[in-house]
Design a protein around this ligand. Sequence first.
Ligand code: ADP
Ligand code: MG
Length: 270
Amino acid sequence: MSAVPQAALQRAPVINDSPAVRLRDVTVRFTTERGVVTALERVSLTIPHGGFLTLLGPSGCGKSTLLRVVSDLIPSSAGEVEVLGTTALAARARRDIGFVFQDASLLAWRTALENVQLPLEVGGGGKRRGARDAHELLAMVGLAGWENAYPHELSGGMRQRVAIARALINDPKLLLMDEPFGALDEITRDRLNEELLRVWENTGATILFVTHSIYEAAFLGQQVMLMAARPGRVREIVPVPLHSPRHIAMRDTPEFVALAANLRTVLESC
Ligand code: ADP
Ligand code: MG
């Protein structure tokens, strides 16, 4: 994480009553040797505080780019980005954003507990006010008793659980997840999908979750945003009418089957 000039933070206004994330006509272009790539074209979306939005679309439609813009890892070329009532830069600098990637990227020489605590050491060390307890987080993701295990002693699903606990250590208000379960077997993925919903209910965090699985998108999201590629753009935002708490068995209900079929139809027309 790069250092952020204090002046930039002081200038960043905090807008009360704003949604957790608001993008207005956001365009991102990359200049490459082969010309200009429009990764996102005029993307607009709103996620309320405590909401769960899933981004669903084929490879290359700009899903990762969108997460990078929301976390200020890349700038937008045009449009407005508002995160937690301020700029993406200020939200990230306040450590209000947690990130989970497909690859858990744990440090091999640190235990599960030490990996979860790692973000506390970034940027000067010392326990940040408001930081959560790493033991409690590991228990919340189902890893009580595994605190002292090293990554090579954990399964892929357990490593992703550690990555989720690590992303929650600074008690972020916004959790960005980029295909976090994409490399896992189906049974583990189903279990983690259910567990993630419990974590979401427990923490009250807003979640923006990227996937290319129709079932995962529909099962997790309160809304599913369907995207199309070349250029990356929003096709449709579809509300999910499933009640809480959700369980994997709900995927066999007629409502869910109809929803998944509808999402597939939209994706195929992209
Ligand atoms: P997704 O995550 O949906 O697979 P990405 O956001 O990674 O899609 O990429 C969207 C498009 O932007 C792709 O065409 C990709 O090649 C291009 N792209 C992404 N990052 C860069 C970059 N840093 N430089 C050039 N092109 C990029
Ligand atoms: Mg991606």
